[in-house]
Ligand binder design. Structure first.
Ligand code: AMP
Ligand code: MG
Length: 270
């Protein structure tokens, strides 16, 4: 992958990770105005590569977004995908499982949402919830969730082997910044729908969540499905960083337009 101002965000497979030592407010030396313009350039290039990926119809991309509340998963998705052709994008949001979902294993609902060949898929939360909130809040006992890291590595290996390129971003927001954003959700009538009392419960368990995230990221950052820890205190630099990570993946895949049918050369359309 190309060398970047953001390459240090990668969690090298097998390396240790301390989220406390990862910045939440880094802006990579970028000016905000420059970053907003650069994002438009990155999106134009994403648009070209998405069209080729769609035409090639052999492989897919899966971007997994995980974060504490209000870190900006929704905002990131809106910002980086808004320039793309909606026909080739699939966004899946994973909420508290219910109905048929709870009657199956935890990967059942996830596998169904994996992007089809030619598509870019984005997971707004994911199977990682099953080793994060489930672990922290004790929704399953340790003997159950502790086996899941291996399932997840194997599941992602399967997807990768079958043509899905996976990249995973943890949007790392600071605890103070989260307080401000949650308060804004309470105070702003346009944003209040996003706030749930349960958000406060999760916030109170912050250290436990950080520990669960560290463990999950360490155990599942692999060559075929790497994790990036993206500083998320500033929306504009967060958006550009994630867009660059996604662009790097697509550039590296280098999707190819299918060869034209024989005999098309020189055809004149009457
Ligand atoms: P949000 O993404 O903020 O709309 O909220 C979705 C909620 O669903 C979050 O509180 C997640 O922790 C929760 N959630 C997602 N997946 C699971 C899961 N597998 N088990 C329990 N809770 C989950
Ligand atoms: Mg929420």
């Amino acid at each position: 992958m190309a060398k970047h101002p953001i390459s240090h965000l990668l969690v090298e497979p097998g390396s240790d990770l301390s989220l406390a030592h990862r910045d939440t407010d880094e802006t990579f030396g970028w000016e905000k105005d420059w970053a907003l313009e650069e994002l438009e350039r990155v999106k134009q290039r994403l648009d070209v590569l998405q069209a080729r990926l769609y035409a090639e119809e052999q492989r897919s991309v899966l971007l997994v977004l995980q974060a504490m509340d209000a870190a900006g998963k929704d905002g990131t998705i809106r910002s980086i995908l808004s320039g793309l052709n909606p026909a080739g994008v699939h966004v899946a949001s994973f909420k508290v499982p219910g109905g048929l979902e709870v009657q199956h294993d935890y990967l059942w609902r996830v596998h169904q949402q994996v992007p089809a060949k030619g598509h870019i898929g984005v997971f707004n939360r994911s199977h990682y919830e099953d080793v994060l909130v489930v672990r922290v809040k004790g929704f399953a006992p340790k003997p159950v969730w502790s086996k899941r890291y291996e399932h997840i590595r194997e599941f992602e290996q399967l997807l990768a082997d079958e043509g899905t390129r996976i990249v995973k971003c943890f949007l790392h927001v600071g605890r103070d910044e989260q307080r401000e954003r949650l308060q804004e959700r309470v105070d702003d009538p346009e944003k209040r729908w996003k706030f749930r009392m349960g958000d406060l419960e999760d916030r109170a368990m912050w250290p436990d969540f950080m520990e669960a995230y560290e463990d999950a990221i360490r155990k599942t950052s692999t060559k075929y499905a790497p994790w990036y820890v993206v500083p998320a205190d500033h929306n504009w630099s967060r958006n550009l960083a994630v867009a660059m990570i996604l662009l790097d993946v697509l550039e590296d895949m280098d999707p190819q337009l299918p060869p034209p049918e024989d005999g098309i050369d020189g055809v004149v359309v009457e």
